[in-house]
Design a protein around this ligand. Structure first.
Ligand code: GAR
Length: 214
């Protein structure tokens, strides 16, 4: 069982992991501008260079790091480097916000129970890298997003909250881009809400159940 009590005094320390445009990161950065939110982004770590997510962090004055798989001898070395990079910031919570890599055993040994991921589908349906496209191809009538704790599986960890988005008839036309944008609108506010509540209220994870409040 993992338990977290709010950091008193002071805001919870967040490290955010990104791989792309970082609109979820931006939503968190915007929320943390208000001290009442109860959390601050202390670093942003990416698995690749040249992404908008890193630009957003730099613009906000947040330290950034790139830990690319290809810079390491193997996946285990990457896992250790990612863990060390994140650990240097002593985060209370790690937020995987569009981070398109599966973290390894060293990372989990250190941060399982403190790492939150957001996924663009209603888990356990459509896990993996193509949650939006897969829901659309399956013919689902509703999909959405899931904020969950990360475990050793692919999008299998305890669910914290979900948001529902209707699939519309025209969504096949652009391969799911418009659907993904509608999901991301819901996802950003859900992620901001949940991360803030985890930070302010604390939580416990009992098996698959996540209980907010300390
Ligand atoms: C989000 O929709 C997130 O759920 C998804 O990537 C997008 C990132 O958007 N993550 C995954 O698909 C992970 N399997 P953003 O870079 O604009 O925040």
């Amino acid at each position: 069982m993992a338990v977290y009590a709010p950091r008193i005094p002071g805001p919870a320390r967040l490290v955010v992991l990104v791989s792309g445009s970082g609109s979820n990161l931006q939503a968190l950065l915007d929320a943390t501008a208000d001290t009442a939110y109860g959390a601050e982004v202390v670093a942003v770590v990416a698995d690749r260079d040249g992404i908008l997510g890193l630009e957003r962090a730099e613009k906000a004055g947040v330290p950034t790091h790139v830990v690319a798989v290809k810079a390491y001898e193997d996946r285990a070395a990457w896992d250790a480097a990612l863990t060390d990079t994140v650990a240097a910031y002593q985060p209370d919570l790690v937020v995987s916000a569009g981070f398109m890599k599966i973290v390894g055993p060293v990372f989990l040994a250190r941060f399982e129970g403190r790492t939150v991921n957001t996924h663009p589908a209603l888990l356990p349906s459509f896990p993996g890298a193509h949650g939006v496209r897969d829901a659309l191809a399956y013919g689902a009538k509703v999909t959405g997003c899931t904020v969950h704790f990360v475990d050793a599986g692919v999008d299998t960890g305890p669910i914290i909250a979900q948001g529902v988005v209707a699939v519309e008839d025209g969504d096949d036309a652009d391969g799911g881009d418009a659907l993904h944008e509608r999901i991301k609108t819901v996802e950003r506010s859900l992620l901001v809400d949940i991360v803030g509540r985890l930070a302010r209220e604390g939580y416990r994870i009992e098996g698959r159940k996540v209980r907010l409040g300390s």
